[in-house]
Write a protein that binds this ligand. Structure first.
Ligand code: PAF
Length: 282
């Protein structure tokens, strides 16, 4: 597997792949790879001849008081994992290559509507940063298919919208959330948890499971969501939100059948997110 840091070499390399008729898949990441990322690479290999992973801790998607500096940078371990998973190429640009004029001067991409509320409410500007860097990566790699984890449900919706709105000829594939044995959704940020916090963390998943059961049994959503927030608080989390939306992230109406229950909560130094699909009206 080659690791490329500069844009010109990436473009030349991928031009060769395209001329050879190879179908290209992109797996964008911020590194510190875990089994969730490996599932993306595996799904990419099933859909393309050449798998390109990107590794870039994107400063534009971090707020001023967030964990940009603390975010784990583990390039060598990541390279080993990607080789083992069958990734063909790693694009690991430096910040100056993607944002040569600095963040303030950078043209931005914004997906209105779907970027608002939920994590977009708790992290202003976050999804503009995600949308901008993903659009840039799409333009640089020009993949036929790109893969993202369903754990970041709102992010996936933002990426689907920008791809459709900008008429990008890229298939967007969501890959199921990978979980530890105790149910905790895998995330690079789980590494911030100490032993006690790590033991508490699966309560987020368990709380969502209980809320899903209650909603599918026909209990009223406001009471179920309030109960979930109270449960998380009692377990030691500081919940940002627990919300029920349609699968497209619109408000739930009496006609909504396919819904999604989404939560974000801080636990010690980590902000954890998770979601579960819910079938209403049954
Ligand atoms: O999900 C992530 O790791 C990041 O938000 C992404 C999609 C790589 C953009 O920086």
């Amino acid at each position: 597997m080659r690791t490329l840091h500069d844009i010109a070499t990436l473009r030349d390399t991928l031009d060769c792949e395209r001329r050879a008729g190879r179908r290209i898949a992109l797996v964008p990441t911020m590194g510190n790879l875990h089994a969730g990322h490996m599932a993306l690479v595996t799904a990419a290999r099933e859909r393309a001849d050449t798998v390109v992973a990107s590794l870039f801790v994107n400063p534009m998607q971090f707020g001023p008081n967030e964990d940009l500096d603390a975010y784990p940078r583990t390039l060598e371990e990541d390279q080993i994992k990607l080789v083992e998973a069958g990734c063909g190429l790693l694009f690991a640009p430096y910040t100056a290559a993607l944002y040569p004029n600095g963040l303030d001067a950078q043209t931005r991409v914004r997906a209105p509507g779907v970027s608002e509320g939920l994590c977009g409410g708790a992290r202003p500007g976050h999804f503009d940063g995600v949308a901008t860097v993903v659009t840039m990566l799409f333009n640089l790699v020009q993949p036929q298919v790109a893969l993202f984890g369903e754990k970041d449900y709102q992010q996936l919706a933002v990426i689907r919208k920008l791809t459709a709105d900008l008429h990008l000829p890229i298939e967007i594939v969501g890959v199921a959330t990978q979980r530890a044995e105790d149910g905790l959704a895998l995330s690079s940020r789980n590494g911030y948890l100490n032993d006690a916090e790590r033991a508490t963390a699966p309560a987020l998943y368990r709380t969502l499971l209980a809320a899903k059961s209650a909603l599918e049994a026909g209990e009223p959503a406001p009471a179920v969501l309030d109960q979930a927030i109270a449960t998380l608080g009692a377990a030691g989390f500081s919940p940002d939100y627990v919300e029920l939306k349609s699968a497209e992230l619109d408000p739930v109406t009496p006609d909504t059948v396919d819904a999604v229950l989404l939560a974000a909560a801080k636990l010690g130094p980590a902000r954890l997110i998770d979601n579960l699909r819910v079938r209403l009206g049954g």
